[in-house]
Design a protein around this ligand. Structure first.
Ligand code: SF4
Length: 397
């Protein structure tokens, strides 16, 4: 485990000067420079793992910045390619990502039929094995390029989620990782009558409790449950149901485990993390629709330490207040001054830092970090440099 602080380079969206060299794109370039791609060797195959969105879910890392990452990899001598699940790759052009716009090929992470995988023994509660994408596995270098946003199952999606879920083929992701929360008991069948089970179903106004009367089985959708505890109120006097931390934490622990297994495939100096904390939405990029941004844009964070970059991203977002006027009416916000904005959205038991505790225990990195701000507005405000250039006549000749 790392003991000292890890460096996290940070560029804020706020410029200190009305010129290009002090603005956000320049900060992105500077963060990439500080990350130092010189450990990429000539002809290394460089996987840029992104979430390319789904259907109308377009709020991913803007192609404008993807091109800059690709360009920097090429300048270092690497052969970059972008990878994600096959559906996202096949229709990536709908959201602006093509070989022409990005500057490199887009390749499905586990082959064209999502079957090219490497299996490993996870042996984690109900999850015995997981299969990581073979294309990701075969790369020499990993650039984990993430859009930071909320996530209904674990509170937060960033660099860990981008590989812990997105690095695996569909059946691993959807049938095994999603659903692991139910592998610890949460319902006492002997204490619950069918009538009481129906009462519990009614108590959950959002429909996250289902009851199969034929099998006499109560199913809680822990992925969506936001812990309003209305069902627990309805269960008073019977005591057959538990909505407890342990079930939610299973998903976060498995995410850390899954991400760690992917990181083990690469040499330590060939892994880079870039978190874009822009257009921070309540839910993941795979929801397939446009969402309001619920806190102000933060900026770009880069590190070679996945735990540090995630901690810094969460800390910076935590300093923001939720923009309450942007919260959709179907989200019931939690109150509490100590809650992170993502907990206010998804419930106090979906504390996004829990994943980082597990990741740190696995030796994936350190929650202790040093934030190195690049081109801070306080400095660039005072710096004299070329003034801004605006186009007064066509300048492409
Ligand atoms: S705690 Fe979860 S399952 Fe229970 S009523 Fe609230 S949202 Fe539904």
């Amino acid at each position: 485990m790392n003991s000292g602080p890890s460096e996290v380079y940070y560029g804020s969206v706020i410029p200190g000067n009305t010129a290009e060299w002090a603005a956000f794109a320049a900060k992105v370039d500077e963060v990439i420079k500080r990350l130092d791609f010189s450990t990429i060797e000539k002809k290394d195959k460089v996987a840029i793992k992104m979430h390319l969105g789904f259907r109308d879910g377009y709020q991913t890392v803007p192609v404008f910045f993807v091109r800059r990452v690709v360009k920097a990899v090429k300048a270092a001598g690497g052969y970059p390619f972008i990878t994600d699940n096959p559906t996202a790759v096949y229709n990536a052009a709908d959201r602006g990502y093509t070989q022409e716009t990005c500057g490199c090929p887009l390749i499905p992470i586990a082959g064209v039929k999502d079957r090219y995988t490497y299996k490993f023994n996870a042996n984690f509660h109900s999850v015995k094995t997981l299969e990581m994408g073979g294309v990701l596995h075969d790369a020499d270098v990993l650039i984990d390029l993430s859009h930071v946003k909320g996530h209904n199952t674990c509170g937060f999606g960033g660099a860990i989620k981008n590989i812990a879920l997105g690095g695996y083929h569909g059946p691993s992701r959807w049938n095994k990782i999603h659903g692991v929360e139910a592998s610890l008991p949460y319902w006492d069948v002997k204490k619950c009558t069918p009538e009481h089970a129906k009462k519990l179903v009614e108590a959950c106004k959002d429909g996250y409790i289902k009851y199969d009367e034929k099998k006499h089985k109560l199913i809680v959708d822990f992925g969506m449950c936001h812990q309003c505890m209305d069902c627990m109120e309805a269960d008073k006097g019977v005591g057959c149901l538990q909505i407890k931390q342990e079930n939610f934490s299973l998903f976060q622990e498995l995410m850390a485990l899954g991400a760690n297994e992917i990181l083990k495939q690469y040499e330590k100096d060939k892994i880079f993390f870039l978190n874009f904390a822009l257009d921070i939405t309540p839910y993941c990029d795979c929801w397939g629709f446009g969402q309001p941004k619920i806190v102000n844009d933060v900026g770009i964070l880069g590190s070679r330490d996945i735990v540090a970059v995630e901690t810094a991203s969460l800390d910076l977002i935590g300093k923001q207040k939720l923009i309450e006027s942007m919260i959709p009416p179907f989200i019931r916000l939690h109150k509490g001054k100590d809650l992170h904005p993502f907990q206010r959205l998804h419930g106090p038991l979906k504390n996004p830092y829990i994943t980082l505790d597990y990741a740190e225990k696995l030796g994936m990195g350190s929650k202790t970090y040093e934030l190195v701000e690049v081109l801070p507005p306080s400095d660039t405000r005072k710096t004299k440099g070329p003034s801004s250039v605006s186009e007064a006549a066509p300048s492409f000749f």
